[in-house]
Design a protein around this ligand. Structure first.
Ligand code: FE2
Length: 389
């Protein structure tokens, strides 16, 4: 039995915020907590959103204690804020970090601490039983797709690993995709977050689970990234490209209910150990992760997987026929086009760090959904190849 689930209400367009405001009024919200990071407050984006929402006769208060690669401490501070502020719901505004923290505050506002007991890998999902307060999500990046996801990713205190919290009710009630809110994102972050969106669709498409609906969404998501990310990077104010990338990111996250793969397992410790941006970490592993998968697929003559990889290669070369073996080079060219400097070495990672990275990546659950089992030495070898000295 497989459960198919695509439940999020999405408001898309340059007037999506006022639709959210109307809906919040219909739901009779009075006081909502905005969960975000200090950077978005400082550029005035949060105030702009507050003004639009508050015109519908409700109050919003800002908690801006979210850090990149968010931690349990961020969540605890937010829960404290929420429980003592007389709020009747939350709005996560920002990248995946802010939205994940909002979702986790939502969880912990009505469940006893500690957060660690709810970790999915430890069977904690079954302990999530109380009705959660309403939560809305407004992404300002096009990457994680957390606005349509049923999980949040938080680093627990004293841990060097990202922990996943999963429950169907963690999914935001409404996701607002307004391309004007992403136009101020700098080119390098547009590229990195877009690479994350691509990685979600790509990795989940390769997962062997029978899920044609997710596969269809993932394929279209990859096509949209290939078509629109270069424009979103080069011309940040292009609303069509920004809008299509927002949709591509939600599609990646909608699809990846199938699972991810070794690239995400290897990206996670680069963030927990070195605070590397999650999207950049995925981007820097995409080529060697793909080469590894392709080599094994050819070796084992796995025709089904080979056909999928060929489909992805064709997405990057829609006009000219290409061989499947060209896929790593096609991805390399694409990453270069969006301005990502390849090689972990160029981003402060040295070979001395690889044993620690490997240990954590192997413990990360994502690679268990890779289309074939991946060993610890294989992960180590991929890191070495991705160093790029
Ligand atoms: Fe990701």
């Amino acid at each position: 039995m497989i459960q198919y689930n695509f439940p999020t209400i999405i408001y898309f367009g340059t007037d999506a915020l006022s639709s959210l405001g109307q809906q919040l009024a219909v739901k009779q919200h009075q006081r909502l907590l905005i969960v975000t990071d200090a950077g978005l407050v400082s550029i005035g984006l949060i105030e702009q959103i507050q003004q639009q929402i508050q015109s519908f006769d409700l109050e919003t208060v800002v908690f801006d204690g979210v850090h990149p690669n968010p931690t349990e401490a961020d969540v605890e501070a937010g829960v404290d804020f929420y429980q003592n502020g007389g709020f009747d719901g939350l709005i996560g505004i920002g990248g995946g970090s802010a939205i994940d923290v909002a979702k986790t505050i939502r969880l912990m506002a009505v469940h006893p601490a500690p957060l660690s007991q709810y970790e999915e890998a430890k069977g904690g999902t079954d302990l999530i039983c109380n009705p959660l307060p309403p939560c809305y999500a407004i992404p300002t990046t096009a990457g994680t797709g957390s606005e349509v996801g049923r999980s949040s990713v938080i680093t627990l205190t004293g841990s060097q690993q990202k922990s996943i919290f999963f429950h169907p009710t963690l999914i935001p009630d409404i996701a607002v995709l307004d391309p004007t809110l992403t136009t101020s994102l700098p080119a390098h972050l547009t590229a990195a977050t877009g690479a994350d969106a691509f990685s979600h669709s790509f990795e989940t498409y390769l997962v062997r689970l029978q899920h044609p609906m997710a596969d269809g969404i993932a394929l279209e998501g990859m096509k949209m990234v290939a078509q629109y990310l270069p424009t979103a990077v080069a011309q940040g104010t292009d609303l069509e490209a920004r809008g299509q990338m927002l949709l591509a990111a939600t599609m990646g996250a909608t699809a990846f209910q199938k699972g991810l793969g070794v690239i995400h397992s290897m990206a996670h410790p680069l963030s927990t150990l070195f605070d590397m941006h999650h999207g950049l970490a995925n981007a820097l592993l995409l080529v060697e992760g793909t080469s590894f998968t392709l080599e094994r697929t050819v070796e084992t003559d796995d025709t089904l997987l080979l056909a999928k990889l060929q489909t992805v290669a064709d997405i990057f070369s829609p006009q000219t026929p290409v061989e499947v073996t060209e896929l790593p080079q096609l991805i390399t060219d694409f990453l270069r086009q969006i301005g990502i400097q390849s090689g972990l070495y160029h981003h402060g990672i040295s070979s001395e760090s690889i044993p620690a990275l490997t240990r954590l990546a192997y413990q990360d659950p994502c690679h268990q959904n890779h289309p074939f089992p991946v060993t610890e030495p294989e992960i180590e070898a991929i890191y070495h190849r991705a160093l790029g000295k």
